[in-house]
Design a protein. Structure first.
Lengths: 343, 307
């Protein structure tokens, strides 16, 4: 089969690789009909996520048709159309039983590697480094999906692939980011990053009752897109290359600051000013793994007692975390990968 | 549990009836279910006795007296370096080399029998929770063939009798195999399972699996202790640390696999084409080295921040 194979920094190739086979009774094989490049795939492309190996197959947003099922699969049949969520979950451990599928205890075969860095290992992910399990990803013609009876969910014939593909990652990630903000009617939410997750976070925040959503990015087309299908005046785009974000947010919130801030950017944030240059230099010298430009801005901008929601991917360590601001403003930080799996 | 009561308990349960001296040694080295001082890394800053501190200070001072006037020569610089290190050892009472090898010459350290030729037991400890009842977990651990599936290098298990079995280990290239006799030494229904490997050899490995009900329904905590007593004192212990495949990481991986077997009925694998035995989920020594370097870099970044 053909697959998108990682070969190193900014070196990704479409190559012929062996077809996957069933390994465990709960496995299924999915013939991929549609797949996407996630913003977080760029971190792999830029080689800032550790433990990628030459030959790894990328992709964690995909859907397709079930073409093989293991002996233990009861809820799916060959020919079913499924969307596959990116965290792999066993469905049996403490975390799966408490709807925290992204923290599954059993799906990361390289858990001890992640434990060295994080203390405890998160769930395995398709095509996202060996620390996250080393699973071949979905930017391929076929994928082996472990625990096929837990994550993948059937899609009816009445909807197209394009309508449902985003259920595997970006839509629920954006929704969870907004949900983590514990939005109340009348709240103002600021979203950094108007990529796919940011766009869904904007829509979700409005859906959950936010009065206004301020979107911060530097790409005009993305900022324009955030205005589409939203009630006039409730989404305010801000280009951070044209405005001082701290002053603009103060102005837009009556000097109080946004009630909650969402970081839909992650570890490779761009920015302007000395802090951004400092982060770029330290990352280039391998003295820090993540560039927390957006995080620092959010913590500074958020109102007292507000919430910081982080759906953007971070991998390791950041310097100069403004813990003083977090403590003295009483901020809540809620972070993490997509938790819910439709069952 | 106090140290004395732990000793009494292990003495009571061990099946060996050899000489008193041997029994005392075993009481000292056999694993206990409760954590002891030796379960945790050295916490005291002082590991050099007063006499050694004075000697280090005097010798270090002497070396500096020679080295400072001869600073521009190589012997002078070497002398200075050694002098500073010895003087620091004498002033602080801490020797990093002793610390590395687990030696403690202070009276407190001697109480723990940590002389150079004394046995230097190595202990690994890990606790893991599983969403299965104590009964199920105990039954699972009783089936040595099932447990062996969680060990990456065990080829097969031959049962000798109810208590003893032979585990056939094999290197990853499947060139060398070696048998290890395992004997169950304590079997408390639903609570504890203790075993010893190579009971007839001077190189003993003891293990205990203790089962406790977890705070949630149908949840069991598995507390694992592995106690290794290599021969030849500190030398054997050091060689064991450097060469032995029985490491904390290996123990973690085995427990993860046991948990996967218990909770899902199979061992999770990300391999596409390895059907029966999962030999190297990371795939080759080059990738292992690369991953290790990545992880070490991230750990060192973290340590620098903590310090």
């Amino acid at each position: 089969m053909k697959a998108v194979v990682w070969h190193g920094k900014e070196d990704v190739r479409v190559e012929q690789v062996p077809d996957p086979t069933l390994q465990n009774p709960s496995d299924i094989i999915v013939k991929v009909s549609l797949t996407a490049i996630c913003g977080s795939d760029l971190h792999l492309y830029d080689d800032v996520i550790p433990t990628m190996h030459r030959g790894d197959i990328l992709g964690h947003e995909f859907m397709g048709e079930v073409v093989e099922i293991g002996a233990g699969i009861r809820n799916l049949q060959i020919g079913d159309r499924v969307v596959v969520p990116f965290p792999i979950a066993c469905g049996h451990c403490y975390f799966c039983q408490h709807s925290m599928h992204a923290h599954c205890d059993n799906s990361n075969p390289n858990a001890s590697m992640a434990e060295k860095v994080y203390g405890y290992s998160p769930a395995g992910i398709f095509g996202y480094s060996h620390m996250m399990g080393g699973y071949p990803g979905g930017q391929a013609e076929y994928v082996r999906v472990p625990y096929g009876d837990v994550g993948p969910f059937k899609i009816s014939e009445s909807v197209t692939d394009e309508q449902v593909l985003f259920l595997g990652d970006v839509l629920p990630t954006g929704y969870m980011a907004a949900e983590n903000c514990q939005i109340k009617l009348g709240d103002t939410i600021a979203v950094w990053g108007a990529g796919p997750v940011g766009q869904f976070a904007v829509q979700s925040a409005l859906l959950l009752g936010a009065e206004r959503v301020i979107v911060i990015d530097r790409i005009p087309e993305r900022l324009d897109m955030s205005l589409m299908r939203t009630p006039q005046g409730r989404v305010i785009p801000l280009n951070f290359e044209e405005f001082d974000i701290q002053i603009a947010l103060r102005d837009l919130t009556g000097g109080r600051g946004p009630d909650a801030c969402i970081d839909a950017v992650g570890l490779e944030a761009h920015g302007k000013g000395l802090w951004a240059q400092y982060d770029s230099l330290k990352s280039a010298l391998k003295l820090q793994s993540d560039r927390p430009v957006v995080l620092r801005e959010m913590i500074q901008a958020c109102r007292k007692g507000g919430t910081i929601s982080i759906p953007g991917v971070y991998g390791g360590y950041m310097d100069h975390a403004p813990i003083g601001a977090i403590f003295n403003k009483g901020l809540q930080i809620r972070a993490g990968r997509l938790m819910c799996i439709v069952i | 549990m106090s140290r004395n009561s732990a000793q009494k308990k292990t003495q009571a349960t061990t099946m060996d009836t050899s000489s008193t001296a041997e029994r005392e040694l075993k009481a000292e080295i056999l694993p206990t279910s409760e954590p002891s001082l030796q379960d945790y890394p050295e916490t005291s800053k002082h590991n050099v006795s007063k006499r050694e501190r004075v000697a280090s200070g005097v010798i270090g001072g002497g070396l500096l007296m020679y080295g400072i006037p001869n600073f521009l020569t190589i012997p002078g610089q070497v002398s200075n370096l050694a002098g500073v290190l010895l003087l620091t050892r004498g002033v602080t009472g801490h020797c990093p080399v002793y610390s590395r090898f687990g030696i403690d010459s202070t009276p407190n350290g001697r109480m723990h029998h940590r002389g150079i030729s004394d046995p230097h037991p190595l202990q690994l400890r890990q606790t893991m929770s599983t969403s299965r009842s104590m009964h199920e977990v105990f039954e699972f651990c009783h089936h040595q063939e099932q447990v062996a599936l969680c060990f990456p290098n065990v080829k097969e298990v031959q049962k000798i009798d109810e208590r003893r079995s032979i585990w056939m280990f094999m290197d990853s290239a499947e060139l060398i195999s070696f048998p290890v006799t395992v004997e169950i030494t304590q079997d408390v229904e639903g609570q504890q399972l203790s075993w010893t490997a190579m009971p007839d050899s001077r190189f003993r490995i003891h293990g205990t699996l203790q089962f406790k009900a977890g705070p949630h329904d149908q949840e069991t905590e598995i507390i694992t202790t592995v106690h290794m007593v290599p021969p030849a004192g500190i030398l054997g212990s050091t060689l064991m640390k450097l060469l032995s495949p029985v490491t904390q990481e290996a123990l973690n991986e085995i427990l993860h696999k046991m948990k996967q077997m218990l909770e899902t009925g199979a061992i999770t694998t990300s391999q596409n084409h390895v059907s029966k035995e999962i030999k190297d989920p990371i795939g080759g020594w080059q990738n292992r080295v690369k991953s290790h370097l990545h992880i070490r870099t991230m750990q060192s970044l973290a340590n620098r921040r903590i310090s």
